[in-house]
Design a protein around this ligand. Sequence first.
Ligand SMILES: Cc1ncc(C[n+]2csc(CCOP(=O)(O)OP(=O)(O)O)c2C)c(N)n1
Ligand SMILES: [Mg+2]
Length: 904
Amino acid sequence: MKAPKNVLKNSPPDLRVLPPLEDNEEDKWLASLESVLEFALKGQGPEKASRFLKSLTKRLREQGIEASRVVSTPYINTITPDRQAPFPGDWEMERRIKSYVRWNAMAMVVNANREHSGLGGHISTYASAATLYEVAFNHFLRARTPDFAGDLVYFQGHATPGIYARAFLEGRINEQHLHKFRQELAKGGGLSSYPHPYLMPDFWQFPTVSMGLGPLLSIYQARFNRYLQARDFLKGPESKVWAFIGDGETDEPETLGSLTLASRENLDNLIWVINCNLQRLDGPVRGNGKIIQELEALFQGAGWNVIKLIWGSDWDKLLEADKSGLLLKRMEEAVDGDYQKYSVEPGSYTRRHFFGKYPELLGLVNHLTDEQIHKLLRGGHDSRKVYAAYKAAVEHTGQPTVILAKTVKGYGLGEAGEGRNVTHQQKKLNEKELREFRERFGIPISDEEIAQTPFFRPLPSSRETRYLLERRKQLGGFLPRRVVEAKPLEIPGPELFGELLKGSGKFEVSTTMGFVRLLSLLTRDKNIGRQVVPIIPDEARTFGLDALFREIGIYSPKGQLYEPVDKKSLLYYNETKDGQILEEGITEAGSMATFIAAGTSYATHARYMIPFYIYYSMFGFQRIGDLMWLGGDIKAKGFLLGATAGRTTLNGEGLQHQDGHSLVLSSTIPNLLTYDPAFTYELATIISDGLRRMYIDGEDVCYYLSLYNENYPMPPMPPGVQEGILKGLYRFKAGPETKKHKAHLFGSGPILREALRAQQILADKFDVSADVWSATSYKLLRSDAQRCERWNMLHPAERQKKSFVETLLEKETGVFVAVSDNIKLAPDQIAPWVPGGLTSLGTDGFGRSDTRERLRRFFEVDAELTVIATLWALAKAGKVERSMVQKAIKELAVDPEKVYPEMV
Ligand SMILES: Cc1ncc(C[n+]2csc(CCOP(=O)(O)OP(=O)(O)O)c2C)c(N)n1
Ligand SMILES: [Mg+2]
């Protein structure tokens, strides 16, 4: 490249300033720019002009001049009136339909709270978003049909009443349903408070109400759709993913945290509509600034296509009439707190405060009454503008689009809440307010009826109903709707994992290594291998999964544009356009979002995919627990693998890494089956059964398994243990028969080996025969026991049931001790059903970095402490003298004054 002539280039930074301007010099430059616009670019379209601007900026930068980076544009609509697509619908008709939806949405909440005060519901969110939804429903959101997957829509959780109210007008739900809003336990069931597929599995597809999760999921859903296309699982026209989001919701890190993934992967199948009503729950989102401008800069910087939709059509005329530029200046000066005030105060206030700041502006609105000024529409309330923005969004290519639509929170509620700080929680309207609402939106309800707030639905034969049904027909049917049509998979039998069942002989391996082998075998299976979706947040090498890089490739829509540095090695970093691995980088939230997209493809794309998400167990439930809870709600299926688990087994990493509680956290999610296997045959048995339950039987469950990185020889699977592995407990190795005392040691994960060592010491030194049991799932044992106990309580006169754990242990004598690399609460879960009670040893307390031996002594979960705890349990049961415990403490060299790990 020819070096630019640059006089300033080598000057120190403080001298790199422009020389002072001569009189009128700037005007002359501007005039020459005007003539470029006038002559060279006239009629050439905005693309050419923007190219010119870019070249200009580039040229300036080449000269070392700090040309400002444009991250936000003037506070006006992105789409100018001359570029606005015409509205194709029956505007008046759609307005009426929207008014009825508004009324019913409000009436649902008001009625629910009148019947049972405190039931909740939200009026003002939907009130502000009604136009945004109605235009989408009438013109854009395409439903699923036999040959089209349908658009996937994330509805804002708090706008739910509006979505039900529309389904009511469509005839999909009836008046009874509306009356039972939020009364889900009422006879016949009621409508769920928010979008919950778990509670309304035929209706809702995506849970959104925990703010930030919907937006995050939508990005990864759009990306997963592309992954499915690239791997030939999806064909035909492409679905769009739409997410309706609150402006307050953008403060959640989950909302904005993955924006660049969407632009980096050119997800033009993704559209976000952010309802900028300028308010959140307590008050303004950015009272002292402008949320739209802030978001514009952010999204621009992240590479999104940004469409600002600020002003309604009424403002076009004012902007056009203003030749002074003062109106735009005033628009930019006023902060969101001012705009909120304009929505609350009468038009006279806006005239005085907004327009009146510059007397010249008053002339612009002389022809308007105060009432008319008050009603000057914001962009998000103007169907025509909304339509044009959506059309531009669906037609945009190469980037995801965000529409920043300005609205008024509680629009239409008048004094009952429009623009007020309390509006988010407004649930009651008095009769006067109801009348005003009715008048404002022209709802045909009489004076006599109004106090009852009846629902209103035009007759099926009415023009309104026919219009709205016809629109939905044109768009493929109703929405939201969740349909499960996936065909069961041909799951291989456990023999596929034969080598894992046989054990590792003398070789020392970890359960993580066993898992990697299992995954590799599965991906090679001819029936389901391609459906396997390995998901990793930048930890493949930690877990040994890099072995799969070359074999099945890492998905990248661009393929690999460079030669990887390790190309010559066997396991080089292999990115391919149809790669199977989703290497997410360091984002557990993003990885989980992918897991959810893959785990629900049976409900979004009528096809099972089998996600295996493997991660540092500490950074799972603890870090992104809310998303995992959502995974339960949305009924995501697949396998979560918390690797490097165990507070003493992952030993060199210390406090923030060493997990001893993920099993307890995972146990809190009702449909998540939680396992803690010690051996590879247990792992293979559990995964094999999971594949059957989820993908053949179609059970709505999901799996969490902890994996460890301690190597030891894996034993072969003993006969007859399958049921115990799956139900949570089986005898792994009986103690010697000839001893005086009896005990039972429950171990899990690698700590099972400490139990085996304790078994030996107890037999050799203390005349105790201890059976060692493998406890694969305390959670499952507990749920089963609780279910039985409850049934027995409620059926006292019938033959009493016995849980699995009770049946298993009822004939055993002696004491029971559990030892785990997790906190004591994990084994404690089954204590009430263990004969004579359970003594639990676990790793309560903050982790430390040290050797496994020292850590296990520190947390008191090694063989020696297990022996002492067993003897102590025997002493408490009166079977041995306390002096025996004393002897053990001494002989096993345990310091009785050592620190208590939980408190230091
Ligand atoms: C993670 C999370 N935190 C808090 C809430 C409680 N909450 C519900 S709605 C709301 C305000 C929403 O404001 P915004 O996103 O602007 O939506 P709007 O109702 O204004 O459209 C809050 C704080 C929640 N639902 N989820
Ligand atoms: Mg808001």
